[in-house]
Design a binder for this molecule. Structure first.
Ligand SMILES: N[C@@H](CCC(=O)N[C@@H](CS)C(=O)NCC(=O)O)C(=O)O
Length: 214
């Protein structure tokens, strides 16, 4: 039995949720509260000493780190829909994309969210926000130009799509907090169309972070 520990709004946790749903695996869903300190309790730290989500427990086996979890699900449940399909080279391209997404788009986005989402408005510094915004837009352009087809690594859904989507979705949250950013409007058409493809997946609505629906 799989137990999935999740925190609302966490992009890495969302990527695991998308993978679980895509693979149609049965799991128990544990919604953890960041603000109530549920990830820092001794009981949770006994499961994940880092005190973070996502965390997966599968028949007593505890695993954290979203990318490791998605790869684990792929290998442990080979009869499910594949997220690393094809021959060795195609799979290596998926893994390359996942790394590229985290190291480049993810890094740029985390600067922007740091300056906009997690800095009190009275401490905002316009210069560094403008710089971080441009770095995210540059990465979006890169992704839009180099994606392999209808999806990031080609014409089939792979782990690369689920690695990226929650981070792209976070752009709308940045706009909510600072509408002048216009991050969603700045998405290249190829990325906007790709996001719509992910949002059209039959299980997608279920995975929207619960507090975003409020
Ligand atoms: N590299 C990790 C990142 C996990 C992570 O940073 N999780 C955050 C939420 S996005 C967390 O649980 N933070 C809780 C805390 O630091 O208190 C992964 O991909 O799973």
């Amino acid at each position: 039995m799989i137990t999935f520990y999740y925190g609302s709004g966490s992009a890495p946790a969302w990527r695991v949720w998308l993978a679980l749903e895509y693979k149609q695996l049965a799991y128990e869903f544990k919604l953890m509260s960041f603000s109530a300190g549920e990830l820092k309790t001794p009981a949770f730290r006994a499961l994940n000493p880092r005190g973070k989500v996502p965390l997966l427990i599968d028949d007593g086996f505890a695993l954290w780190e979203s990318n490791a979890i998605v790869e684990y699900l792929e290998e442990q449940y080979p009869a499910t829909l594949r997220l690393f399909p094809g021959a060795t080279r195609q799979r290596s391209i998926v893994r390359r994309w996942v790394s590229e997404i985290d190291d480049n788009f993810g890094a740029a986005l985390s600067k922007l969210t740091g300056w906009v989402m997690w800095t009190p408005k009275e401490k905002w510094k316009e210069e560094r926000i403008v710089e971080a915004r441009q770095a995210v837009i540059d990465e979006l352009e890169y992704l839009g130009t180099h994606m392999g087809g209808n999806f990031i690594a080609g014409n089939a859904i792979t782990a690369a799509d689920f690695a990226l989507y929650p981070q792209v979705a976070t752009l709308a949250r940045c706009d909510l907090r600072k509408p002048a950013l216009g991050m969603v409007a700045a998405c290249p058409p190829a990325i906007a169309a790709w996001a719509k493809r992910i949002e059209a997946l039959p299980f997608f609505d279920k995975t929207i972070p619960p507090h975003w629906k409020e």
